[in-house]
Structures are given as C-alpha cells and as structure tokens.
Design a protein around this ligand. Sequence first.
Ligand code: EPU
Length: 418
Amino acid sequence: MDKMLIQGGTPLEGEIRISGAKNAALPILAATLLSTTPHRLKNVPKLGDITTIKRLLEKIGATVSEEADHCVIQVQAIGNNEASYDWVKTMRATILVLGPLLARCGEAHVSLPGGCAIGARPIQLHLDGLEKMGAEIHIEHGMIHAKAAKLKGAPIYFEAPTVTGTENLMMAAALAEGTTILENAACEPEIVDLAHFLNRCGAQIMGAGTDKIVINGVSSLSGADYEIMPDRIEAGTFMLAGAITRGDLMLKRCNPADMGSIIEKLQATGSEVKIQKKSIRVIGKEIKAVDAKTLPYPGLPTDMQAQFMALMSVSDGLSVITETIFESRFNHCAELRRMGADIRLEGHHAVIKGVPHLSGAPVMASDLRASACLILAGLVAEGETEVLRIYHLDRGYEAIEEKLSQVGASIQRVKGSL
Ligand code: EPU
C-alpha cells in the first residue's frame, strides 16, 4: 500500500486545474448502459472508482476506449446482467447499474451493499422506487434480484432525499412506459449533470436540481457527446488547502455556482474568496472558528465535513461541526487528535477547540474525505506527517500529490509501504 509523506508549513501559491466530478461521472458511466450507440465522454477523471466502473461496464458488455481527451463507450449488447459482491465490496456506487440494467434488459442481479466506514448507508429507497415502477424484487444470499418485463412510470415520494437513489430511479424511468414523478428528490448538481446527459441521449427529464423531477419515459435512447461537470468537492478541498496554509490559490475550471455553501462558509472563517465564472481564488488570512452543519444540497456537503474539521482544528476559538447525513463520519477525529487537535465528540456533534499548531505524525486514512482531511492537516502541521492507506484518496482525487506539489507543497508518495 502506498503512503503520503508531507512536510507541513509551506503556504501554497499558484494555480490548480480542477478535474471532472467523480460523483457525476459514476452515474453518467452507468447510464451509458441505456443505449446501444456510442457515447463520447470528456472530462472523465482518472480515479480508482472510475476505473472500477469502466471494468464493470466491460464485464457487462461495453467496449471502452480511451482517446486523447475523451473516452468512448458503447454497449451494443448486454452479455451479463450481474454485478457480484466482488464489485460492490470494491465500490458501493456499483448499485448505480441496477436501474439502467433493469430498464435495458428487464432483469438485473446486483449484490446488496453492506455498511461502510461512514455509516449503514441503506439502499431500500432505491428498491422501493423500482417496485413502485412494477419491478419484482427479492433479496437472496446477499444478492438483489430484480425483474420487470417493462418498467412503468409511477409517482414516487422519497422519505429522505438520496443522491444515488434519485439517480438510479431517474435512469430507470428514462426508458419506462409513461411518466414518473420523483418527489423529495435529491437536488445535488451531479443529478442535474446526469439529467443533462440523459436528455442529450434523448430522454425527457424536467426539474432536475429541484425536489420534484418529472420523467416522461421514451422507447429508446441514443449515444451522446458530453463533458462531465467539474468536481465541486475537489475544488472545495483545494480551497481549504489555500486557507489552512494561508496561501494564495487560483482554482481553474471549476463551477462556483455549484459551491455557494462552501464559499460562504470559508469566507466566514476569514479567508478572502474571489469568484469568477469558472475560477475561484482563495487568499488565506486569519482562521476564525465558525460552526458548521452538513445538509443535503444546497447546504454544506457532508463530503466537505472532514476537510472543514482540519481547518477548524487550527482556528482561533471554539467551533461545533454537526454531521446530519452519515452517522459515523467522524473517523478522522481520532487521527487529528494524534496530530494535536483538541476535538470532543458528542453524538453527531464535534466540538473543536482550535490549537495554534498541529504536529506531524503517522496517521491512518479511513475513507476518502477523511484522507483529504489528513492531507490538509499535514500541509499545515509542524514537521512530517505520514498518511497511511491512501488508496482511499486515489478513489476520489486525481493526481493530488502532483497538483499540490505544483503549488509548492512538500508532498511525496511512497510506493508499496505498509
Ligand atoms: N438513505 C436512506 N435510505 C436509502 C438511501 C439513503 O435512509 O435507501 C439515507 C442515508 O442513510 C443517508 C442519506 O439518506 O443518511 C443520504 O444518503 P445518499 O443515498 O444520498 O448517499 P449516496 O447516494 O450513497 C452520495 C455520494 C456520497 C455523498 C452522499 C451524500 C455518490 C457516488 N456518492 O452517496 O459521496 O456523501 O451522496 O451527499 O454520489 C464521497 O464522494 O466521498 C461520498 C461518500
């Protein structure tokens, strides 16, 4: 396993180019299953999770070829409508093939994901929605078996907004007979990106980005050329890297319009944030203690909570971070404490008393965003920080050590260590 070695203390200065969004690319790649003709996708990030879904699509019957700046995917025929536990245990987002496979070939077998480091993460709302559309679903030996000769449009109300649940049902409904109305749908920008892609393929989806999405099913979809949206969580993470090192970072090719809550929160801590249409400049100044609460979009994303905690660890006072989306997304706290942070956990609140300095230490990454949090802490800590188990990081941040080195960080990947 690789690890990352960081010498903290350098203010980061320069430009970073933001990659395509992992959480938009994953459902869009799954949606290529809905048509027989080729898709040309641009700005697909080079990440562990993206390689996993491409390999899964190939196993199902896709041909995938990488060209200079795009990826061509075609699924002429489905040879295999199963995604076994080997795929699901590698990546939970494998569940995103369930809706498209069922819509395309009337039958799908996908292993049921278990919990993960950040919470129980049920998918019952995906299954309830598919049942409302006429699917017969049963779970046996840990596998979801779903069948529907032809899915039928239906009104579906989500008890809680779910991102991949909304995406799964939107994809299934695109080829269903009649109209599906998703209410209390998730509103994340990645859902809008998926809807734009599907509409480019010939789907009829209205209202994505609001809590009511209307999908008029069509009889077939075609291939499309599409450019994946920029990754707002990668951009947010680098914004915090600028702030925590009191540097001056210009982030290029991002979409500030999707990042209001992150921008506002960072401004409240004292950083200067300058916004243009496709770029954000962060000039790190003081770090004031500010409370934060994760919420569904447009609230502060849970995927930024760990990184924000790194920033609050070196703030000038007391802050409370409340996690409302995932019940155990605080694994990074114990690691931050090993670096000298003063954090107390009370249920789904973390009470953080800012300290003047963190001190470098060996720390263990437990999930993707916790890894990003430890990298941020390492960038500001005194001395050397060793972040172990960075395979989590490689699932969601493209070339992070190269991007950070380019702006002055002392960060190095060490291959093959424990
Ligand atoms: N929920 C239910 N029942 C369900 C589905 C969800 O109660 O059937 C609950 C969950 O337990 C949770 C809440 O709804 O409390 C939100 O979960 P959601 O289903 O929206 O999460 P997800 O779709 O599994 C996606 C992202 C996550 C991100 C969350 C929240 C992808 C591939 N994953 O997960 O991204 O944290 O939405 O925004 O889009 C990451 O990139 O690091 C990551 C974990």
